[in-house]
Design a protein. Structure first.
Length: 286
């Protein structure tokens, strides 16, 4: 999918618990030179269950107002639009994601819950069905660590690597490209392949400090463990089958168990990831 030049970072707001999403989404929007679009869906079933229909509608208006104020506080000068839609959240976000640059939502309390998370959870459904990359934000702020991307050599993972290079550049962070292999694979050969793939995407971001790491083990376990010290973890929706409604086991595991914000990359084409109003990259950390 070609990303429209004016495509926005879209935020799905369900309640006050999603306000941490706004802050990170605003930073992503400013970094990529994109506007921010705040969207809240109004549920008439909830409205009619209240003492008066006006109360839920008033709460929705206040949520959008608070979110817009937080976005402007986070990134002064950012173009922010708020919208309330009388519709169900999931189908609305799936439809709107077709023309969005990035979709950002909360994790519905998945991180650190230690419980089985239903596949019907909004973040999981969006990761499988959205038409653009999905940012799933945790309620606890991430540490100032590197940007992590999992690469398995598939075309889909190379799109994730491309996005990760851009993210690391805009954040002024180190990029850690991680490949997990079987115990009988030649790690030296895989390391060379990973380094070459990374070099293909760092041409215009040559100042980004990078590290290639090849590890033997279970991909999901290694990525989750490594992500504990990162500020962002990226992975393709599914390495061998990028089709809609498909989500790989590794992507699911990161969504469920990684404490870091996760970007599930899908819906990209060979189009620039940065808009004309992009913020200059921060000074690189040592």
């Amino acid at each position: 999918m070609a990303v429209p030049a004016d495509a926005a970072v879209l935020v799905g707001l369900g309640s006050d618990l999603d306000l941490p999403v706004v802050e990170q989404a605003a930073q992503e929007a400013a970094g990529h030179g994109r506007p921010l679009h705040l969207l809240h869906t109004f549920d008439w079933r909830v409205a009619f269950a209240a003492d008066t229909v006006a109360v839920p509608r008033d709460q929705a208006e206040k949520l959008i107002t608070r979110a817009a104020q937080l976005a402007h506080q986070t990134e002064p000068g950012l173009t922010v639009r708020g919208e309330i839609v009388e519709s169900a959240m999931l189908p609305t976000l799936i439809r709107r994601s077709e023309t969005a640059f990035l979709l950002a939502v909360g994790d519905s309390g998945m991180a650190g819950s230690g419980q089985c998370v239903p596949a019907e959870t909004t973040a999981v459904q969006l990761a499988a069905r959205a038409g653009c990359p999905l940012l799933v934000v945790r309620r606890e702020p991430p540490p100032p660590g590197p940007v992590l991307v999992g690469v398995d050599g598939s075309p889909s993972s190379h799109l994730a690597l491309r996005w990760a290079v851009e993210c690391a550049s805009r954040r002024g962070a180190r990029l850690l490209a991680l490949r997990v292999v079987e115990y009988d694979e030649d790690t030296d050969a895989v390391t060379k392949q990973l380094s070459e793939a990374l070099a293909q995407h760092t041409g215009r971001h040559g100042a980004v400090p990078t590290e290639c790491r090849v590890v033997r083990g279970d991909p999901a376990e290694v990525l989750i463990d490594t992500s504990r010290g990162t500020q962002l973890a990226l992975v393709a929706a599914r390495g061998d089958e990028p089709g809609r409604a498909m989500l790989g086991a590794v992507a699911q595991s990161l969504l469920y168990h990684s404490p870091a914000p996760v970007v599930v990359v899908r819906g990209l084409a060979d189009a620039p990831l940065t808009g004309p109003g992009a913020r200059p990259a921060r000074d690189q950390r040592p």
